[in-house]
Design a binder for this molecule. Sequence first.
Ligand SMILES: [Zn+2]
Length: 369
Amino acid sequence: MSTAPNDSAETLLPARTSSLAPPPKAAPSAVAAQDRENLQDAGDKSAQEASRPHPKPEFPSAKYRLKCHDLTHAGSRVFFQNADPTSCLSKAVATVLSTLYQPTISNSQIPPTRSVTLVLRSMGGVADTGGLELDNDHKQMNFSLDYIKSIDPSTSDRQASEIAGVIVHEMVHAWQWDGKGTAPVGLTEGVADFVRLKAGFSPPHWTKKPGNKWDAGYQVTAYFLDWLETTQGEGSVRKINATLKDEEYDESSFWIRLFGSDVEDLWERYQTSLKESDNKPAESKPSMADDDFWKMVREIRGQAEAIPLKACWRTRSHVKEDTDYSKDDLVIELRRLWSMYLEKLGKSTDPDGEPLDGEVVPMAKDDGV
Ligand SMILES: [Zn+2]
């Protein structure tokens, strides 16, 4: 991996001359004049460099390549219709690096991966990733065309989301640490699926349910790691990965040092939390029928204005003629208040997608808003 130079561009420039230095005695030739101009330029640039803030750390970049062994394979068509070959690898790397690392000037905490070649080929299984025999810093990601062909096309985005999800998972293997090869496979696979989960590419068959073992790998371990992020602090998975950089994995001390508990204890607590949430009634969706919503409307707009707003919601089309409000105004205002209510509940979007979709009931005579 190339390290960012600490020395500034100054060292590449001609030596600075003092501005007090006397001009050359001989009549300046055109070349000498040019030299002076260059030196003056260099001096200006150096001053600019010095006053410029330090460069912002950025993640390293790598070369990305794509090989397709069979363009006539049905899986190739699915791939090229659902993935942008020019950006799918770099986007996956950006996702992986931002989940597992924070950039620094030297980036020495990040594996020195220099290139990733995605190979689309007919093969069993889904995908695998490894370093080249001659140079482990160059990775090859094999992705099965037969698998890509088999992805269920019936739901929208499923093919695109599965292809992106597999690439993110595999890309983790190209950029994660593994305790010099000693980390349990279940842990490294769990980290890969954790990153996939956080990227929003979890497939529909993934479920979070009690049972199994912490190092079962894949989504089982991924959800456990996600629980650690919530209960032990954001960045817990980053810490796990960072600890696996320089030292070999030793289960008796690894988890206690990081989280103060044995991994089996943590797993037990996670299991208990799953069982508890299983017994809890499902959280009800916010609705415009919620008393709390109308309480908020009354607080913001006052009782008098809450009445036509509620009537508008209830009838959806009918507003009493003797009000000063047009229906359009009321709908706009209702949407605004509804967004505020959802924001108050910590829900950024309306789960039903349509704020005014509610139960339509005739306006009661004595409206109790
Ligand atoms: Zn994997």
